[in-house]
Design a protein around this ligand. Structure first.
Ligand SMILES: [Zn+2]
Length: 355
């Protein structure tokens, strides 16, 4: 039995408030624990989005009642909330900015809308950018101009990892995360994922080419964190005529990483650095005392949506054979998961921003 520290997932869509048919604080944190994840950072693009004091309270109230693992909640940058977010910073995981995708009230169409957020948000609190390709380059320029760190969410392209590498070599304060689906899947896998339902292959950023995937692996030292971007949508929604983009990922993260360790594509130290040590540093997260994950390294099994705790009812890794099974999770001295059963009660999870 292998013992690991509890994993931190800095990028999770919990879907509550507003879309609890997809997931809520209860099922998302059950999925986390089953995957060996003991702390999640929740994204703000819920319904309503988390972008002021009252919506932050709404999310944190639900989390306080339902969460079974530890957590913090991001606030979202909108066109006119830059003035009020600094007052919320100490209660938030960080500031999330959607620079080039349309997310209703969190839409930032012009760079003039980025400026007040970079100016006002307290420098010791992290800013996370959803920014793809050239927009990412613009985000890194903002980090340089405003002399503050930025964390780039879910990089997926060769040009992105190479630019971040060049920026880091020049001392620019940029960090980044990569999702398992951008490491283990490429465009070529879409037909297999879809199996007649094209919506199941939809994810943002899109799956890369084989060359993109190879360059992420080749530049593993540039990647600071693994993050799932767990983005559950119900299987009915994924198979509809208007499928929303997003993959679930909390329960497949560690098995996929351990399988890669087994194949010597990663080291165990990579997993610990990028899933525990670096996210803790980048997001200034506290240590979780008496917290660990026990893994049966030699257990081989098949990924099946039917065995998962996420409410969404599907996984892009259906049928994948993985090696390394989470047997037990201990969170702050209490067994939270053991042999396929969630033991932590709703509300056991702690908001790590409340000290
Ligand atoms: Zn996301």
């Amino acid at each position: 039995m292998l013992r690991l520290p509890g994993l931190i997932d800095p990028h999770v869509h919990v879907r509550e408030p507003g879309q609890i048919h997809k997931e809520d604080w209860d099922t998302a944190t059950q999925a986390a624990l089953a995957g060996g994840v003991t702390m999640i950072l929740a994204m703000p693009n819920t319904k309503p989005p988390i972008f002021d004091a009252s919506t932050l309270d709404l999310a944190l109230d639900a989390a306080r009642q339902k969460a079974r693992c530890d957590y913090a909640q991001f606030v979202g940058a909108g066109p006119d909330n830059a003035g009020l977010l600094p007052a919320l910073a100490s209660r938030a995981a960080g500031l999330k900015m959607y620079l080039d995708s349309t997310f209703g009230e969190l839409r930032l169409d012009h760079m003039t809308l980025w400026m007040p957020h970079f100016e006002n948000y307290p420098k010791q609190h992290p800013i996370v950018l959803h920014s793809e390709s050239r927009t990412m380059a613009a985000g890194i320029l903002f980090a340089t101009i405003y002399d503050r760190p930025v964390h780039i969410a879910h990089i997926s392209l060769r040009e992105e990892v190479l630019l971040i590498k060049a920026a880091k070599e020049r001392g620019i304060k940029v960090t980044c995360e990569v999702c398992p689906h951008h490491l283990f899947l490429s465009k070529d896998d879409i037909p297999a994922i879809s199996s007649g339902h094209p919506g199941r292959g939809e994810v943002r950023p899109r799956l890369g080419t084989k060359e993109d995937v190879d360059s992420l692996w080749e530049n593993m030292d540039v990647i600071d964190c693994f993050a799932t971007d767990h983005a559950p949508h119900s299987i009915e929604e994924k198979d509809s005529d208007n499928p929303p983009p997003g993959f679930p990922g909390l329960e497949t993260l560690l098995p996929l990483l351990l399988t890669a360790v087994n194949l010597r594509r990663l080291t165990l130290d990579d997993v610990i650095q990028k899933s525990v040590i670096n996210p803790r540093k980048i997001f200034r997260l506290p240590e979780q005392p008496e917290t660990w994950v026990e893994v049966d390294e030699s257990a081989e099994y098949e990924v099946r949506a039917a065995d998962q705790f996420t409410r969404c009812g599907w996984t892009p890794f259906e049928g994948w054979k993985v090696k390394g099974k989470v047997r037990k999770v201990v969170l702050r001295g209490t067994t939270a998961f053991e042999d396929g059963k969630i033991l932590a009660e709703p509300g056991y999870g702690k908001n790590i921003r409340i000290t």
